[in-house]
Design a protein. Structure first.
Length: 252
């Protein structure tokens, strides 16, 4: 095909474009157009969604956190203790009710040694604190979570780093408290400062400490007698994980 013929075909294509029959058409230029959903209702997932209780036990836990400055949430794995506590912490932070969130859990070895892990002390402890980061990721976007952690508005620390502190204007979550001794739990509870809320979670029946060393059950029994402290006992029926989890816990 000669150059003149190819030029004639190109001229025809440009001519068809004016008639609306072009093979390739320009995209419409809409001011302010965005590929993202235009309304919150169009989103399939929202980091600011409101949490809802899925059982009577969870409903009691949420009500207790709203009403009391100190709440102990006891129950088996899968009952949503950690998730609900952190969700309420994020809710309080976003509402301006507290100035920061402090999350802590014991770095207890469950049959493995952390000495072989690479890196400095912080790197060795990171895997033990990861469950708290995962729970935060369900409530905050990755970008906002990274910014809040960098600014110190959200702090994640092992129990050993909590001694000697006074936590004012904070929402404090102590996770996996069944792996704390009675002395450690007493130390953690006395960190509570002004305008602060503390939620302590754990399962007294699932401790990685030697038998008799866990202090969560004893502390809960004593604190339950105080009118200003809430002790919420979640049951197998409050488990919201796979149904097999509840079945297995009844026989294990």
């Amino acid at each position: 095909m000669g150059k003149r013929a190819r030029k004639h075909r190109m001229d025809n294509r440009h001519g068809d474009d004016h008639k609306g029959g072009a093979v390739v058409r320009a995209l419409p230029q809409q001011k302010g157009w965005s590929p993202l959903p235009q309304t919150p209702e169009d989103r399939s997932f929202s980091y600011s969604k409101q949490i809802k209780a899925k059982s009577a036990g969870q409903e009691a836990l949420l009500a207790a956190i709203d009403q009391y400055n100190l709440t102990l949430a006891l129950g088996p794995a899968g009952t949503g203790k950690t998730f609900l506590a952190i969700a309420k912490a994020v809710e309080a932070l976003e509402a301006g009710e507290v100035g920061r969130i402090v999350l802590s859990r014991p770095a207890i070895e469950a049959g493995e040694s952390i000495g072989y892990l690479p890196g400095a002390v912080e790197d060795k402890l990171a895997p033990y604190l990861r469950p708290l980061t995962d729970a935060l990721s369900d409530r905050l976007s990755p970008k906002r979570l990274k910014a809040l952690l960098a600014e110190g508005v959200i702090e994640i620390a092992p129990v050993g780093y909590m001694r000697g502190r006074t936590l004012n204007n904070a929402f404090v979550v102590i996770d996996e408290a069944q792996n704390c001794t009675y002395a450690q739990i007493k130390m953690l509870l006395t960190r509570l400062g002004w305008r602060s809320t503390m939620v302590m979670t754990g399962d007294p029946a699932q401790s990685d400490l030697m038998q008799g060393l866990s202090g969560l059950g004893e502390a809960a029994e004593k604190l339950e007698t105080l009118p200003d402290v809430a002790v919420v006992n979640l049951k197998d029926k409050d488990i919201v994980r796979h149904p097999l989890v509840a079945s297995m816990l009844t026989v294990l």
